[in-house]
Design a protein around this ligand. Structure first.
Ligand SMILES: Nc1ncnc2c1ncn2[C@@H]1O[C@H](COP(=O)(O)OP(=O)(O)OP(=O)(O)O)[C@@H](O)[C@H]1O
Length: 511
């Protein structure tokens, strides 16, 4: 398949507001794709690079390259070229990368050049593309879209499902079952205003402490244990104590959902940043384990000894979890089977206060009869936190002055639009400690697409959690609102930009 075909369909999809036209265009493209091309085509359409980063900076991308007259670049050829660029390292790497980009751009026509530049610079991102691609793929192979969606959820990757479907048709869907060792996307929560609001919306439910750690999915098969993050990254080697804890469970095979968290000797949580840096680090694991051990605390069980529990009700899954995991390895919970009763409501409020007193973040309230909806932000789980924060995406940062000279400081913050682009909501440098400033300067430089000496624009990938005192209407910002007294709480490296808060959520807070 030619890159030109992908670039053309990408423009068509972005250019029409009609969902059925978008899906039809994608279906046409998939019908023409070879199975092995599908995973790359899908990431390109979503505006992502399979290599994630290729180490090419904005100064190279800004250069003009003479375009080719005829389209002849193939998708797999471009993929291989970008792999070569990503692999360049050592002395003279910049110049070598520039040469390779020059070769690639020189072989591209003008529309292909602008597609490639958008792709490498992160400007083509289309957040909703994966959902559309599922529908396009289903239409291309004649399979029900729901079945394709479920296969993606259980297979962990749209690319793998697409490749199998294009190779073998709808029969391939039976390959994608819940399997120990293969992670699935976790179920996510919506927000509720307070405990009463959550009880009203859910009916019979269970309240659980919301631990402020890092979400993990732990797979155990005999002695083999694997640990995955919420973005399905394998972090087993970083957490030997979690592996050991999983081996102690009274079970042979299981998939567990939970949180890892660093606790002090009294069982109170240590600051989130400590847990996050421990989980994020591959260096000196043994030393770190000695100084900052983390504990897994589980709240769900997806499979046990060959049985898939996803369709079972919360109550039944929790009963199975209680059977295999001892109490300290499970979150504390309180069942509210009759949420209409004043006593139960009072008890629920007291439970939430007790959770905060123990230093945790809030509660997650879950409907008792709900199945586990992997990969979905379902309305069966509602989180209640006393401090409202937003997870926004860094769009750029300004060079600091005075004490902050040479550091990237004032952050430009964006909320996600339905089409995957971002609307800037405001700026802040409040709440940033010296070590956060140093970290963000390094990190944002690696995402830079432009630097005019005042503002560095970056690929919209870094999520930051922002506290604020309220919203105010503003004609200066595109969504018509800005944040009052915004301050950075922490970086959310565990959260992809596609799951950051949306403009709709922000406008909903205006009341
Ligand atoms: N008992 C619990 N049940 C479910 N999730 C929990 C629980 N305790 C802590 N968590 C964490 O809270 C998150 C639930 O909120 P959500 O699904 O919206 O993810 P999030 O956007 O990362 O949320 P937040 O930023 O509030 O942690 C989970 O991803 C998980 O990491």
């Amino acid at each position: 398949m030619l890159l030109a075909d992908v670039a053309r369909i990408s423009r068509e999809v972005a250019g029409t507001p009609a969902r059925n036209e978008k899906t039809a265009a994608l279906a046409r493209l998939f019908r023409d794709a070879q199975p092995s091309e599908a995973p790359v085509v899908i990431t390109y359409l979503a505006g992502r690079l399979p290599q994630r980063r290729i180490g090419v900076g904005w100064s190279t991308l800004r250069e003009r390259f003479e375009p080719a007259a005829q389209p002849r670049l193939t998708v797999l050829g471009v993929h291989a070229a970008l792999n070569r660029i990503a692999a360049v390292s050592g002395k003279g790497a910049q110049a070598r990368r520039r040469d390779l980009i020059g070769e690639l751009m020189g072989a591209a026509t003008e529309p292909e050049q602008s597609f490639l530049l958008g792709l490498i610079g992160g400007e083509l991102r289309q957040g909703a593309l994966d959902a559309l691609a599922v529908e396009g793929l289903a239409a291309a192979v004649g399979a029900p879209a729901d079945d394709v969606r479920r296969a993606v959820m259980l297979g962990g990757s749209l690319g793998a499902v697409a490749e199998a479907l294009l190779a073998r048709g709808p029969d391939a869907l039976t390959d994608f079952r819940l399997e120990v060792g293969r992670p699935v996307l976790p179920m996510l929560a919506h927000s509720a205003k307070d405990v009463d609001d959550a009880l009203d919306r859910l009916g019979p439910c269970v309240l659980e402490e919301k631990l402020d750690g890092i979400r993990v999915q732990v797979h155990r098969d005999g002695d083999r244990v694997r640990i995955f993050t919420r973005t399905l990254e394998d972090i087993t080697d970083r957490l030997p104590e979690v592996v050991a804890a999983a081996r102690e469970l009274a079970v042979d095979q299981a998939i567990l959902d939970g949180e890892v968290i660093a606790l002090d000797p009294a069982g109170r949580p240590r600051p989130f940043q400590e847990t996050a840096s421990r989980v994020g680090s591959r260096l000196d694991v043994e030393g770190q384990q000695a100084t900052l051990p983390v504990s897994p605390v589980f709240f769900d069980l997806l499979a046990v000894d060959g049985r898939d529990l996803l369709q079972l009700a919360t109550t039944e899954r929790h009963a199975e979890l209680a059977r295999i995991a001892p109490e300290p390895r499970r979150v504390r919970r309180m069942v509210a089977a009759e949420p209409g009763s004043p006593d139960v409501r009072r008890g629920a409020r007291e439970f939430a206060v007790g959770v905060l007193d123990r230093g945790h973040e809030g509660v997650v309230v879950k409907a008792l009869d709900a199945p586990y909806r992997a990969g979905r932000r379902g309305s069966a789980w509602l989180k209640v936190k006393p401090v409202h924060t937003l997870d926004l995406v860094v769009l750029g940062a300004e060079w600091g002055h005075g004490r902050r000279t040479g550091k990237l400081s004032n952050l430009h913050l964006g909320a996600r639009r339905p089409d995957g682009s971002f609307a800037m909501l405001g700026k802040t440098f409040k709440g940033l400690t010296d070590s956060m400033l140093a970290w963000q300067t390094d990190h944002l430089r690696s995402l830079a697409t432009d630097d005019d000496g005042f503002v560095v624009r970056v690929r919209p990938e870094l999520v930051v959690e922002i506290a604020f005192d309220g919203l105010q209407r503003s004609t200066r910002y595109p969504a018509g609102v800005t944040l009052r007294f915004a301050r950075v709480v922490r970086f959310r490296e565990d959260k992809p930009a596609t799951e950051s808060d949306t403009v709709e959520t922000v406008l909903g807070l205006l009341g």
